[in-house]
Write a protein that binds this ligand. Sequence first.
Ligand code: FAD
Length: 317
Amino acid sequence: MSILIYAESAEGKFKKVAFELASYAKKVAETLGTTVTALTINAGDVSELAKYGVDKVLKVSNDKLNGFTAKAYADAIKQAAQKEASKVILLSSTTDSIYLSSLVAVGLDAGYASNVVGLPVSTAPFQVKRNAFSNKAFNITEITTDVKVLGLAKNSYGIFETPSTLTEEDFAPSISDADFGVKVASVEKVSGKVSIADADIVVSAGRGLKGPENWGMVEELATVLGAATACSKPVSDLGWRPHSEHVGQTGKPVATNLYIAIGISGAIQHIAGISSSKVKVVINSDPEAPFFKVADYGIVGDAFEIVPQLIEKLKAF
Ligand code: FAD
C-alpha cells in the first residue's frame, strides 16, 4: 500500500515539481509507515527520482502518450494506483495535474483536496491544510474516503534529497482508443529564456515602465539572474508583452523563490497570483504603493535609475 505520485515530465525530462512532489511524498510515507511509488510517462531515465526518496517507479513507455491526453493519462494513474493498492495519490498543481487530479479522483471514487500546503495536519482523521480564497486564507479539509487524492500547491514544500534504493518496473496500462478521442496539445509560449512555470526567479514589470520600448532592462535583469520575465495584466492587455507573461488572479499563478516586481502597484488581483512566492522584492516610485505591504524587501525609487544599478551590481558579483 505505497503512496503513489505522478512524476510529471516533458520531453523526457522531469519537471521540478516532480522532485518537490517526491520529497513531499517521502515525508508523508514516513508518517504513514509506507513507501513511495512514482508513475512516469515517457520520462526517459528515471533514476534521478532515487535522490528524492522514491522507492519504486512504474515506467510507462507508449508513443501514443507523447503529448498530454487527459483521459489516457488519468487512466494510467488510476490503474497504477489500483495495482499498488495506493490509498494516497499525490499530484502537483500544474495545469495538467490539476486537470488529472479530478479525473483520477472520480475514477477511484476518492476524495480530492487541491492546493494542499504542508504535511497532513492529522492522518486519522485525514486532514490537510489548503490555500483558500486566492491564497489569502487557509482551511483544514478532512477527506473521509478510503482513497485520497491530493494536489500539492507549487513551491509550498521544497525539494529535499533523501536517497533511496530505486526499483524500476515497466508498466503498460490498458488504454483504449476512445481515451485518445480528444487530444489536448499544451503549448506554452516562452518569451524569455526561462519559462515562468519552471522558474526559480521571476522578474516582473508593470505599467510603471511606461512602454514596451523600456523592457530591455527587465530582460537584462532576468538574464543576469537566470530568471523568467512576467508582467501585470494591463501590460499584456496593452500588447506591450505577450499574454503568456500575464500573472495574477486571471493570469498565471507564480510560486517562485524570488519574485521581483518593478513598477507594479500591487492590486489585489495581481497579488492573488504571486502570494505563494517566497521572497517578494518591490521597486516602486510611490511609497504608498500597496505592493509594499506584502513585500519582503522594498525599494522606493525610480525603476529607470534602480534597475540599471541592480544589473551592474549583479554583473560585478
Ligand atoms: P498601475 O496600477 O498603473 O501601477 C503602476 C505602478 O508603477 C504604480 O504603483 C506606480 O507608482 C509605479 N511607477 C510608475 N512609474 C514608476 C517608475 N518610474 N519607477 C517605479 N515605479 C513606477 N492585474 C494583474 O496584474 N493580474 C491579474 O491577473 C489581474 N486580474 C484582474 C481581474 C479583474 C476582474 C480585474 C477587475 C482586474 C484585474 N487586474 C489584474 C488588474 C488590476 O486590478 C490592476 O489594474 C493592475 O494589476 C495594475 O497594473 P500595474 O500595477 O502594472 O499598473
